[in-house]
Design a binder for this molecule. Structure first.
Ligand code: FAD
Length: 470
């Protein structure tokens, strides 16, 4: 066997369908390495904690396969250089990411390793179609989802790769201790509560996909919008950490569609929304920090994240029950129903006229499925400042949305303790998760009126939009 190869693990916490791992294993012994690096260090509280759980699960899978996961902390470039000289490895393989922070890091790593004469090879493993492989007729990139979907829906997608045989190096380099990293440090009291709701690791992700295809995909097209129904796959937390590949999900959805499952095409379309988010983030990286439509930079959003009404929005105390229920669902489970994400984003950016960045950052702190591309796209879509935007004048009415998608009030009762005489455990668990400093109890009276009503907020938003300077 030749020199070992390093598999640099990032958002690909899996052994199956992993092109970087397969390539590393092809030449001999593999040294899997996860680095708590300059990008991972900046993750919000819940994403960082959830990443730690995923890393632990991958370490267990590797040990079961006769291998190990080496853990190191520091700037990726220096850590990799150090490991290469410690181990004599001749190559580093990783799966490509497309958001600006990851790209900047990876470009630096690639240049440095090439300078050292090391083979630094990146692979396609995080999306179904890489951003530059989908082009408009004139060779540009897509700014609107529907033609993007049409461009890819009939493309062949390669079959997922099998797990390769893993050979251990003659000697293993030393590893940090994951517990010592304290990746849940910023979770305050929340970790114990959110832990009840996460589904971690490659085997669990695969089981989740299988049960979704067997039991739910047929009705997915109608059930996916109902707030109280568990009608979606729940796979976003696994996809974002790469515990399952998007290609594996696509192939399972495709097979279901071929077998006549009615909801399967809708599921495939949603997977392509994820690819579309990466398409946008790759071609227009400013989407993660600035208004995609530059003219919206001139709009007078409230940018004060400490304003009382923003604080009430974050804590589920706006008095608009559907919004508050959703914000609490996120705090307790680390996830939020997709329709609810659209609703709370609309309420913050339109009814409260607060900057989408405030919401995006709060989601980036609370979501276990936080994804830099989908989160930025979702917020700019909701605010009306993005490319594939709901026109700014389409303001979600939270009351009619609640009537339509939570007719019986089941979702609101599930998450909002103050509106019931005997609240369910789900609603009560919110008070076990939140910081004591928020000083909230289930017995507090619920706001008699919302911060701003549905009709009043809509009117105010439309006036602000009509009077904008551009
Ligand atoms: C304001 C806002 C913020 C969002 N932030 C995130 C985020 O940080 N991370 C994230 O993964 N998704 C985000 N989404 C998209 C979407 O809400 C979630 O992907 C979805 O709720 C995940 O649930 P699920 O896995 O059961 O999805 P399913 O309905 O089962 O869909 C299957 C998969 O398709 C992808 N998908 C579905 N809807 C979308 C979408 N609208 N955009 C992109 N991909 C999609 C996801 O990977 C999902 O797991 C956001 C949406 C909005 C409106």
């Amino acid at each position: 066997m030749g020199a070992p190869a390093i598999w640099w693990v990032r958002r690909d916490l899996r052994l199956a369908d992993n092109p970087a791992l397969v390539a590393a294993a092809a030449s001999g012994a593999v040294i899997p390495v996860f680095i708590l690096d300059e990008v991972a260090e900046t993750h919000g509280a819940a994403p960082k904690w959830r990443l730690g759980l995923g890393v632990a699960a991958l370490a267990r899978s590797l040990e079961a396969a006769g291998s190990r996961l080496i853990l190191r902390r520091g700037r990726a470039r220096e850590v990799l250089r150090g490991l290469l000289s410690e181990t004599g490895a001749g190559a580093v393989h990783w799966n490509r990411l497309y958001d600006p922070d990851a790209r900047q890091r990876d470009e630096g790593v690639k240049a440095a390793l090439k300078e050292d004469g090391v083979r630094a090879v990146s692979h396609a493993g995080h999306v179904i179609h890489e951003p530059w492989t989908v082009e408009t007729g004139s060779g540009g990139f897509y700014k609107v989802y529907s033609p993007f979907w049409k461009a890819v829906r009939d493309r062949d997608v390669e079959a997922p790769l099998a797990v390769p045989r893993l050979h251990a190096p003659e000697t293993w380099p030393g590893s940090d201790d994951l517990d010592g990293w304290k990746m849940g440090a910023a979770m305050d009291r929340g970790a114990d509560i959110v832990a009840r709701h996460v589904v971690v690791g490659e085997d669990a992700a695969r089981a989740r996909l299988d049960s979704f295809i067997a039991d739910k995909v047929a009705r997915y097209d109608t059930a996916r919008d109902l707030l109280a129904v568990d009608g979606t796959s729940g796979l976003s937390e696994n996809l974002t950490h790469g515990e399952i590949s998007a290609r594996t999900c696509w192939q399972a959805g495709w097979a279901a569609m071929q077998a006549g499952s009615r909801g399967a095409e809708t599921f495939l379309k949603e997977l392509i929304w994820r690819d579309f988010a990466y398409h946008l983030v790759y071609h227009t990286p400013h989407i993660t920090r600035r208004n995609w439509r530059e003219e919206w930079e001139a709009f007078a959003w409230n940018e004060d994240a400490h304003l009382k009404e923003v604080r009430d929005w974050k804590r589920g105390r706006t008095g608009m029950a559907i919004v508050d229920a959703a914000m609490r669902e996120m705090y307790v489970t680390g996830r939020m129903h997709n329709r609810a994400r659209m609703l709370v984003a609309s309420y913050l950016t339109k009814h409260l006229l607060s900057h989408w960045k405030i919401g995006m950052d709060w989601f980036a702190d609370c979501l276990v499925d936080w994804d830099p591309a989908s989160n930025a796209m979702g917020w700019q879509w909701s605010a009306g400042s993005g490319p594939d935007a709901t026109p700014y004048f389409r303001v979600f009415n939270p009351e009619t949305q609640a009537e339509k998608f939570d007719r019986e009030g089941t979702y609101r009762t599930r998450w909002l303790a103050e509106i019931s005489r005997t609240p369910p455990d789900t609603a009560l668990s919110y008070f076990d998760a939140i910081p004591l400093s928020w000083n909230m109890t289930a017995r507090d009276p619920y706001p008699a009126t919302p911060i701003i009503g549905a009709a009043e907020g809509r009117k105010r938003a439309l006036e602000a939009y009509e009077n904008r300077a551009f």
